[in-house]
Design a protein around this ligand. Structure first.
Ligand code: HEM
Length: 449
């Protein structure tokens, strides 16, 4: 069966809307069809689907027929190098096998003290900046800052100064913006080469490289071992040869973890605080659970598995606001999605946001109900009705890291502060590479004590 198409002519009147926020257009286009449609976008023709079984076919069952798209592998890879997110084929598999064991829950336990330390530093900082026990903040900015420091310290421990890390963070941001703009609007590329922007980005990357290689070199020279991800990257060994990674490989993988590991968690947390501020009943249940489980002690790794309602709230937050709102792939050969033919060269957008909001898979989909994620209910839905971390062999390697981090952040911040939404603000989706709030989310923070 042929996939229904929306021609560029019909897309034309929606170009502005598509550039700002394609989610409503994608949702409308799918709702009047069978959950699959081909849209002629300005950048490319893309098959868009919100059907869980199609996502499973692409990401898992027939994953060998699909590769990542140019955005990640070529465009981002040119600047960031060949890390897990930007590599393909045999090389990717070899690296994934090498790095994966270090991201298992048990291994991550070693990292919780670094995470907690960063969260507690942030709590102290926020407490001391309150005036008369109150402060207005933009949660997007706050969470970006917090998750950045968590992932930086988890990677590099104390090896680098916060100003060096901030500099690397800034450079990554500039590169990400450059890559997204030149991919979405390819005609900007020659212009950026003429006006010097391309060379400026290359120079920034060299500067970041200098900082990263110095960090790796210093750590090597010291010969000391630490419980952080840099240590893991330096001392992990390939099974067949017993050799370790080169400095270049360590740098590439570290940089990718940096890039992949902070904006996603920051957005998930921002949206969750937004939801909790509107659902005091859920917030109270989380606080009650914390009281019962932690019992006045300091929260630690061993408490996390018992904080089940908190975990359900995080999962439900990522259902409504999935940080990776779409996952893209390119078909190498022909395939079938149900009765629909996919041709070699077709681009596919697995519309995670659309799946998570579809009434076919979720009762009353717009309602925030953490109870949906009660263990007893998971068998009632398709495995890919919920896939905020993707799926198949390229499932997010940092999923456990992110879930632990989010549990710790929400627990510590809710214990200490009350967050209320400021009135008169327009909360809008801004789907970039990850799902942002366009104007941030402004909140009033009050100390609970
Ligand atoms: C809420 C937080 C997060 C979300 C929603 C998320 C989501 C995703 C998704 C959907 C993918 C698959 C992309 C694709 O198939 O094209 C992915 C891949 C990846 N993520 Fe995450 N992620 C999160 C946090 C993290 C963290 C904290 C780290 C690292 C510390 C991380 C590292 C990675 C890496 C390295 C990949 C590429 C894996 C591979 O291709 O082998 N992510 N993530």
């Amino acid at each position: 069966m042929k996939i229904d198409q929306i021609s560029f002519f019909k897309v034309l009147p929606h170009l502005k809307e598509l550039a700002e926020n394609p989610i409503p257009f994608f949702t409308d286009s799918l709702s009047t069809r069978e959950g699959i449609v081909k849209i002629h976008l300005p950048s490319s023709k893309a098959i868009i689907t919100d059907r869980p079984e199609f996502a499973q076919q692409v990401l898992q069952k027939n994953n060998k027929n699909y590769t990542k798209t140019k955005l990640q592998v070529e465009n981002l890879g040119r600047f960031l190098g060949k890390g897990l997110l930007t590599s393909e084929g045999e090389y990717w598999l070899q690296q994934r096998r090498l790095i994966q064991p270090n991201f298992h829950r048990k291994k991550l336990a070693d990292l919780t003290h670094i995470m907690l330390n960063e969260v507690n530093t942030y709590v102290d900082h926020l407490s001391s900046s309150l005036e008369n026990g109150v402060k207005e903040v933009d949660m997007s900015r706050e969470m970006m800052r917090l998750t950045f420091s968590v992932v930086s310290r988890s990677l590099f421990g104390e090896e680098m100064s916060m100003s060096e890390l901030d500099r690397v963070g800034h450079i990554i941001e500039v590169i990400q913006k450059y890559v997204t703009t030149t991919t979405r609007l390819p005609y900007t590329k020659p212009w950026y080469r003429i006006n010097g922007k391309y060379n400026k980005v290359l120079r920034l990357m060299e500067e970041a490289d200098g900082i990263l290689f110095d960090g790796i070199e210093d750590r090597k020279r010291s010969g000391e071992r630490y419980d952080d991800l840099l240590d893991m990257l330096m001392y992990t060994r390939y099974e067949d040869t017993g050799a370790g990674m080169t400095d270049q490989q360590i740098r590439d993988e570290a940089l990718i973890l940096f890039v992949a590991g902070h904006e996603t968690s920051a957005n998930a947390l921002t949206w969750l605080f937004y939801l909790l501020a509107q659902h005091p009943d859920v917030e109270q249940k989380i606080l009650d659970e914390l009281d019962t489980v932690v019992q006045g002690d300091e929260i630690s790794f061993s408490h996390l598995p018992q904080l089940t309602y908190l975990m359900q709230s995080i999962q439900e937050g990522m259902r409504l606001y999935p940080p990776a709102w779409v996952v893209d792939r390119l078909a190498i050969g022909d395939d079938k999605l149900g009765d629909y033919a996919v041709k070699a060269g077709d681009m596919l957008f697995l519309f995670i946001y659309g799946t998570h909001h579809n009434a076919k898979y979720w009762e009353d989909p717009e309602a925030f109900r953490p109870e949906r994620f009660d263990k007893s209910k998971s068998s009632e839905r398709h495995r890919y009705a919920y896939f905020p971390f993707g799926g198949g062999p390229r499932l997010c390697i940092g999923n456990n890291f992110a879930l632990m981090e989010m549990q710790l952040v929400i627990a510590r911040l809710l214990q200490q502060f009350k967050f209320d939404l400021l009135a008169d603000q327009q909360i809008e989706l801004q789907p970039l590479v990850t799902l942002h709030a366009r104007n941030g989310i402004k909140m009033r923070v009050r100390s609970r004590s």
